[in-house]
Design a binder for this molecule. Sequence first.
Ligand SMILES: CC(C)(COP(=O)(O)OP(=O)(O)OC[C@H]1O[C@@H](n2cnc3c(N)ncnc32)[C@H](O)[C@@H]1OP(=O)(O)O)[C@@H](O)C(=O)NCCC(=O)NCCS
Length: 337
Amino acid sequence: MKRNMSKTTAAITAVGGYVPEYRLTNKELESIVDTTDEWIRTRTGIEERRILKEEGKASSDMAVPAIEEILRKKKIAASDIDCIICATVTPDMVFPATANIIADKIGATNAFGFDLSAACSGFLFALSTGAAFIESGRYTKVIVVGVDKMSSIIDYTDRNTCIIFGDGAGAVLLEPSTDGTGILDSILKSDGSGRNYLHMKAGGSLKPASVETVLAKEHYAYQEGKTVFKFAVVGMADVSAELLERNNLNSGDIAWLVPHQANLRIIDATAERIGLSRDKIMINIQKYGNTTAATLPLCLWDWEKQLKKGDNLVLAAFGGGFTWGATWVKWAYDSNA
Ligand SMILES: CC(C)(COP(=O)(O)OP(=O)(O)OC[C@H]1O[C@@H](n2cnc3c(N)ncnc32)[C@H](O)[C@@H]1OP(=O)(O)O)[C@@H](O)C(=O)NCCC(=O)NCCS
């Protein structure tokens, strides 16, 4: 797949984010499950994660402030948005789509929207999808939001999963660009045979909710951590290296690696493979844990002020499905300009 230099690309022109106030620390987890702060830090890099505690609040309630930040920054009205793509595995409801609920809550009356389910790779897949809408010339303002309220599907008696995940939302605005910046290339992959290692057993059409499924704790995220870890290390590193190679980029060309924040050891393995030092990697896993679809945009949100027009970013993710991928973004603006 060759890139056509003269075509319109989709540029990220604004970033917004939201994390809930409540901090679930490793210390607090020590009082909930048989674990230690030391184990969690050294095995994952996580120190705390944010949890949406308020009753009656859902994923859309985190996506809304993230998107509203973008509207404020760009001084645009919600009615200007053409499309909202919401990447999530924790939708407010099975249906309708959380994107529709978000559109209603922010007043995006001219937008259509849909949810995209690709677990931890959801934001990357949604970014490519949104970019295609812009590149085709059909739409000019697409919101891509990654949001997950992982605390709604985590078993807080299972130390294998409850130490990892947190809640949060991150969003970007995509607009057309003709100056060579934007989303320049993507390699996206999925392999459904990996579904056995990371999934939710019940609540879908295969096993609808019942008293039995609730008692068997089948509405929680199930993960075989060791296996997922092995696939993640290889998958994320391979696809990132492939992306660089086919675009004739070397590590010196890359300003930032923006990796999915699942485990610091997976991040380090990817960075090592493409020859990047720690100071070129966005790492905020210590503050938020794994927020699934929100990790990548939350990195962009935290680092926005340091990004400069023309910076080459490699976004990389791996997650349930299995799904994985890497995307080359040439940053489109100086944030503090
Ligand atoms: C989950 C994960 C952190 C576990 O780390 P690990 O190094 O693989 O740990 P293991 O499962 O091999 O367990 C090692 C030991 O620590 C123990 N352990 C597991 N969780 C623990 C915890 N929270 N606290 C203390 N000990 C724990 C295990 O019981 C095991 O003990 P044993 O050796 O006596 O049997 C790691 O596998 C991981 O990050 N996996 C991938 C996560 C991921 O990418 N997820 C999805 C992508 S979105």
